[in-house]
Ligand binder design. Structure first.
Ligand code: HEM
Length: 268
């Protein structure tokens, strides 16, 4: 915090313009590490499925049809949604409208991945001989809740930040009020997705490895590293979101110069 011409200015770790280089550097490292984990999670789940679970198959082979499920869910809920959340942090130099565009595009790409991810597990259960019961596990309940939250977020996001823009001036207050709610639930949905993935991974590992899991085989190591990567994301993502939130807190917004206020109104 610093006093300048009678006004209080908050300096946050991510405040590219006014923070000292080490702070900016720290934020950049966190961002790079998070991207590494996002790519690592996608790479590891693909490696697990292709190398240890015999790859992919279609409806005539329900066991291999299932294998799309973890890849598409990690791809949609973790990789694409994670990048959607990060788009407001990664492209610091871009205008807000471009960040919003990246955020929307990543979420739109996540939708088919999630829908296909659900349909493949649903079909693989029902096409098995004999068919396997649906929605009996904690994982499936968590999965349904996460997909529900994601759907609500998508509808609210489209309605409030795209459609309501038609009457920009009249809806500004409503959209401003929705920003923190949307951001909070976005983060909750991401964390729910990580928790769901962790339960799904554990369930599948126990199913496929059985007692051998306790002998710590190479497949078990891959599965555990995948889980640890997801855990790392559950820690880093809120940190990155929170650092920025401090910068946008009421005190910092109210004390910013008129130029910053212009940027703030553009954010809506
Ligand atoms: C956020 C991501 C995920 C969501 C939303 C999700 C959702 C679901 C849902 C709704 C089901 C129930 C399908 C049915 O009963 O017909 C299911 C089943 C299953 N999922 Fe996931 N899943 C996710 C990630 C994963 C991951 C990463 C794995 C890792 C292998 C996995 C493994 C399983 C397994 C083994 C089943 C079948 C057993 C059961 O119903 O619990 N899931 N998933």
């Amino acid at each position: 915090m610093a006093f300048k011409s009678g006004k209080v200015e908050t300096v946050s770790i991510s405040d590219g313009g006014s923070s000292s280089p080490p702070n900016w550097c720290f934020f950049g490292w966190l961002l790079a590490l998070t991207q590494l984990l996002l790519h690592g999670a996608l790479g590891l789940v693909l490696f697990w499925v292709i190398y240890y679970l015999d790859g992919f198959g279609w409806r005539d082979n329900p066991k291999l049809l299932f294998n799309y499920h973890p890849v598409l869910m990690v791809g949609g809920f973790v990789y694409l949604s994670g990048n959607a959340l990060l788009s407001y942090r990664s492209f610091g130099c871009c205008r807000h409208i471009y960040k919003k565009l990246f955020h929307t595009v990543f979420h739109i790409l996540a939708v088919p991945a999630i829908v296909m991810g659900f349909l493949t597990v649903w079909d693989s259960r029902n096409l098995s001989v004999p068919p396997i019961a649906n929605f009996w596990s904690l994982h499936s309940w968590m999965g349904l809740t996460t997909m529900g939250l994601f759907a609500i977020q998508l509808v609210v996001g489209f309605f409030s930040f795209l459609i309501l823009l038609c009457c920009e001036a009249r809806t500004a207050a409503l959209r401003a009020a929705l920003v923190p709610v949307h951001a909070t639930f976005g983060l909750i949905t991401f964390l729910m997705a990580i928790a769901t993935c962790l339960t799904g991974i554990t369930e599948k590992a126990i199913n496929s490895l059985g007692d051998w899991y306790t002998a710590f085989p190479p497949e078990g190591l891959v599965v555990n590293v995948l889980g640890a990567t997801l855990m790392g994301l559950a820690i880093l993502m809120p940190v990155l979101m929170l650092i920025r939130c401090q910068q946008r807190g009421p005190s910092s917004i109210s004390s910013h110069s008129s130029g910053d206020q212009d940027e703030e109104s553009e954010r809506l």
